[in-house]
Design a protein around this ligand. Structure first.
Ligand code: MD6
Ligand code: FE
Length: 214
């Protein structure tokens, strides 16, 4: 008779589409290394509020690491090798980041994922991300791996048209979303963040998404 099972039940993974899955709490074993790595990145390239081509200031603060970083300004969305605020290259992608990205991709069925870009997002209460497609990468062969830390968010996942119906999925501390294949260009966004402070991160949510951009 084993009583251990009571404690063994993992949080339930969730399939969002044929090629998209939420790996519940997958990042928890990496957490202390991740926190140290994020502090090192933001010490060199701090979070900042970028402006969209339409002239709106984003409510999510951004930074990057890796050989390419995603950026937006009045001239458009694109990947660039240097931080426009510091003039220096984006911080090198920490080893724990590449390890987590590769482990999660493998777990979801994508072998040999080697990201060259990691976009780091910071949400405060009220921050939101409107429905969008991730389509600034050079090709869509590669999946995206997205890690959520801190406060819970309601993630919206839609179809291939902006007006398609969406499902709302809560993402918690440690959850990792992997998507690619036929789901790669589906619209998605994040609902306005509610203030429900997290024991480790307080009133914020950090999300980082790994891509092969170049
Ligand atoms: C976020 N994530 O969760 C924003 N994009 O804060 C994204 O925009 C995203 O989670 C592509 C793939 C996964 C994502
Ligand atoms: Fe996205």
């Amino acid at each position: 008779m084993r009583t251990l099972e009571l404690f063994e039940t993992p949080a339930q993974n969730l399939r969002l589409g044929p090629s998209a899955i939420v790996l519940r709490e997958f990042a928890l074993p990496y957490m202390s290394e991740l926190m140290t790595a994020i502090e090192a990145i933001t010490a060199v390239s701090p979070f900042r509020y970028m402006v969209t081509p339409g002239g709106f200031t984003m409510s999510v603060a951004l930074t990057n690491c890796g050989s390419l970083g995603w950026t937006t300004d009045r001239r458009g969305y694109r990947y660039i090798s240097h931080d426009p605020d510091t003039g220096k290259p984006w911080p090198v992608m920490p080893e724990v980041f590449t390890r987590l990205a590769s482990d999660a991709a493998t777990n979801a069925g994508y072998d040999n994922f080697e990201p060259d870009a990691c976009l780091v997002n910071r949400y405060l209460p009220g921050s939101r991300l409107s429905l969008h497609q991730d389509k600034n990468e050079r090709d869509y062969e590669h999946p995206i791996v997205s890690v959520s830390l801190g406060m819970r968010a309601k993630f919206q996942f839609g179809g291939h048209a902006r007006t398609d119906p969406t499902v709302k999925v809560p993402l918690h501390h440690g959850d990792v979303v992997v998507w690619g294949g036929t789901d790669r260009l589906r619209y998605h966004g994040v609902m306005p963040l509610q203030d429900d402070p997290h024991p480790l991160l307080g009133s914020q949510r950090i999300n980082f998404t790994f891509r092969k951009a170049g």
